[in-house]
Design a protein around this ligand. Sequence first.
Ligand SMILES: [Zn+2]
Length: 88
Amino acid sequence: MSDPIEAGLIATLSSGAKVKQRLLRQRACNEKDAKGKLCAGHLKRWYFFGDEVKEKFGPDVEVYRCEHCQTLYLPNPDEPPRSGTLAY
Ligand SMILES: [Zn+2]
């Protein structure tokens, strides 16, 4: 049995952490564990990514991390940042 291709999966880091793209208005993690249970952890802005993330996605990338399973999420390009500050 092979795993189906996971929706939103962008990359897997050498640490094993997955990097996914957030769905529109997604606020909770949609990872599933081996039993198919939804993680539903909160996605929090995360600033402590290492060089591997910077190399792949740029030094100023907006990264969110699930506080439960540590899956990383990148923002959805169709969703404007919530902060109200200009991105450029
Ligand atoms: Zn999670």
